[in-house]
Ligand binder design. Structure first.
Ligand code: PBG
Length: 336
């Protein structure tokens, strides 16, 4: 036995993993993944009015912004190199109804925001969520008839809303409602309306998750929602079903796939990336964000390190990018 190694080399056969971890330069050389500003999509919340920057209590550091302020924020994000924004509206309660009809208004809050942002900063991508929940009086993503979310009627409304969003300048439509058949119908609808170059980012596998809690405060649907979304979102227990759902979106013409929430579902990110040759994005949702913020505020976690580590893990799991409320903070950090 070699005294110096105490027999370690006998066990490892001289294979020592730590050689590549020894110095900063060798660690940099062997680094497999990194987070760059090009990986970021920044979800923002829009409110009616002017000159409004309104904190969201459940999401420390995130604000609802009126369109003028959102344009300023978009400019700042573009200057930092953030490729795209994802927009979510918080509309007046008076405009919310049983069927979410305001989503069809070509001049609604979200469409006005898209037009204003694209006019001011044409080179930042605008990804619009096309789902009924910000527009319905019951907070569901579909039309509610006798206690049931009706699929086909909802899809019919969503495709019309998607065309209106594309008309106002949206670059990518991201349907988050999980109705069956929507990707194909939206693709055909966009094409027929002359929007062949507008993309579709499918919320391919959206899970029925508790991690959306803070978002529901952000768009004021928390108090409205009766029951849950289990008849249309995927059960957190089901990975194979998620894969099948994503396969349908791919067949129907999705340009990229999203997994939501993110961190608890990294296995799904990986499986989608392996199964389909399409870009995969993870949505680090409100609850994931607030969890880090709350732990950091209590001194239990280092916020910056937790933020960067979680984003890095999305990359390792095969994601091409991440929707994250941390986007501007990350971009600023990376620009240092
Ligand atoms: C609904 C929608 C949700 C989110 C984005 N779009 C939540 C829900 O399904 O209730 C969640 C985003 C987040 O939690 O950050 N169409």
């Amino acid at each position: 036995m070699d005294d110096k190694t105490h027999g370690v080399d006998e066990v490892t056969g001289h294979r020592r993993m730590r050689r590549n971890r020894k110095t900063d330069w060798v660690r940099r050389l062997t680094l497999e993944n990194r987070v760059t500003v090009d990986d970021l999509i920044w979800p923002i919340f829009i409110v009616p009015g002017e000159n409004i920057v309104e904190p969201i209590a459940a999401m420390p550091g995130v604000n609802r912004m009126s369109i003028d302020k959102a344009v300023e924020a978009a400019r700042e994000a573009a200057d930092l190199g953030v490729p795209a924004l994802a927009t979510f509206p918080n509309i007046e309660m008076a405009l919310r109804d049983e069927t979410g009809s305001e989503i069809l208004n070509a001049n609604n809050l979200i469409n006005r925001a898209t037009a204003a942002i694209k006019k001011a900063i044409p080179n930042i991508g605008v990804i619009t969520d096309v789902a009924l929940d910000p527009f319905t009086s019951h907070g569901h993503d579909g039309i509610l008839r006798e206690g049931e979310i009706v699929n086909d009627e909802t899809v019919d409304q969503i495709v019309r809303a998607a065309i209106a969003q594309a008309d106002s300048g949206a670059d990518i439509i991201a349907p988050s409602d999980m109705m069956d058949g929507r990707i194909g119908v939206i693709r055909r609808g966009l094409d027929a309306a002359g929007h062949q170059s507008v993309g579709i980012m499918a919320y391919a596998t959206k899970f029925s998750s508790c991690f959306y809690g803070p978002y529901r405060e952000a768009i004021s649907t928390g108090g409205l929602l009766k029951g849950d979304k289990k008849t249309y979102y995927v059960d957190p227990a089901n990975g194979t079903e998620a894969l099948r759902d994503a396969a349908l979106d791919v067949e129907e013409g999705a340009d990229s796939l999203m997994v939501k929430p993110g961190l608890p579902y990294l296995d799904i990110c990986w499986r989608l990336k392996e199964a389909f040759s399409l870009p995969v994005f993870a949505y680090q949702v409100s609850g994931e964000y607030s969890q880090i913020k709350a732990a950091a505020a209590q001194g239990l976690l280092d916020e910056e390190r937790a933020m960067m580590e979680t984003l890095l893990c999305f990359k390792r799991a095969g994601c091409d990018g991440i929707l994250t409320y941390f986007a501007p903070q990350v971009a600023r950090l990376l620009a240092k």
